[in-house]
Design a protein around this ligand. Structure first.
Ligand SMILES: [Zn+2]
Ligand SMILES: [Zn+2]
Length: 221
């Protein structure tokens, strides 16, 4: 009788087969243990289901509360939680907020200046003063997109919370103040995998950034 090329009819063969079986069993246990360790380590890092998340559920809740309260910009919340703004954007609830009835609602009165609060991308108009404050802060952030008309060029757009790019986002951060535009969509994916791409560097240089050694915004260049 042959098992894995070993003649189990002989005494030596049976001994060899027994030894190999023990080794195989040992290896299976080792792999299982490593897998368990890997899962435990992943859990310890706060990762669930394979999608890396730099914020705990408590932090996400806090970020949402601060954002909804309207006193903090996304940049301030990101600073507080020591994560890039893109991470905060990725976790904020994108639903349209329905203000609780107990809260005093101030309907924005139309004035000539109110056009600046309008989202330039899709024209969303904030309806409450708190929302207008949010929107001003949100619109201050430049999002970098691949230029649909010119190959190899990037353009910047400004987004309110209703049209801001979901899924992928990746910060460009001034090494002094941490401020900067955010890569959106496929650009974010590229930025995660490499340094600043040529088109993004060109955009930054044109906007007054220093991109040679340290990344410095126009205010710190
Ligand atoms: Zn918008
Ligand atoms: Zn700066």
């Amino acid at each position: 009788m042959l098992e894995q090329g070993i003649d189990t009819a002989s005494v030596e063969g049976r001994a060899m087969f027994g030894m190999l079986s023990v080794l195989a069993e040992y290896q299976r246990e080792l792999i299982a243990a490593n897998t368990r360790d890997g899962l435990a380590a992943a859990r310890a890092r706060g990762r669930k289901g394979g999608r890396p998340s730099k914020l705990s559920s408590d932090q996400i809740e806090l970020a949402q509360r601060l954002y909804d309260a309207g006193d903090h910009t996304v940049a301030q919340i990101a600073d507080m939680l020591k994560v890039p703004r893109a991470t905060v954007y990725g976790h904020l609830n994108k639903r349209v907020d329905i203000a609780p009835v107990t809260q005093e609602i101030t309907v924005a009165v139309d004035t000539p200046a109110s056009t600046s609060r309008t989202c330039p991308s899709f024209g969303y108009e904030p309806t409450t003063r708190a929302e207008a404050a949010h929107q001003r802060a949100d619109l201050a952030v430049a999002w970098l997109h691949a230029d649909p008309d010119r190959r190899g060029m990037v353009i910047s757009r400004h987004h309110c919370r209703h049209c801001e790019p979901g899924q992928q986002a990746f910060d460009v951060a001034c090494s002094i103040c941490g401020d900067g535009p955010i890569h959106a969509g496929p650009l974010a994916e590229q930025a995660k995998n490499s340094n600043l791409t040529e088109p993004v560097q060109r955009w930054l240089a044109a906007a007054g950034w220093t991109v040679t050694l340290d990344l410095l915004c126009p205010g710190h260049a």
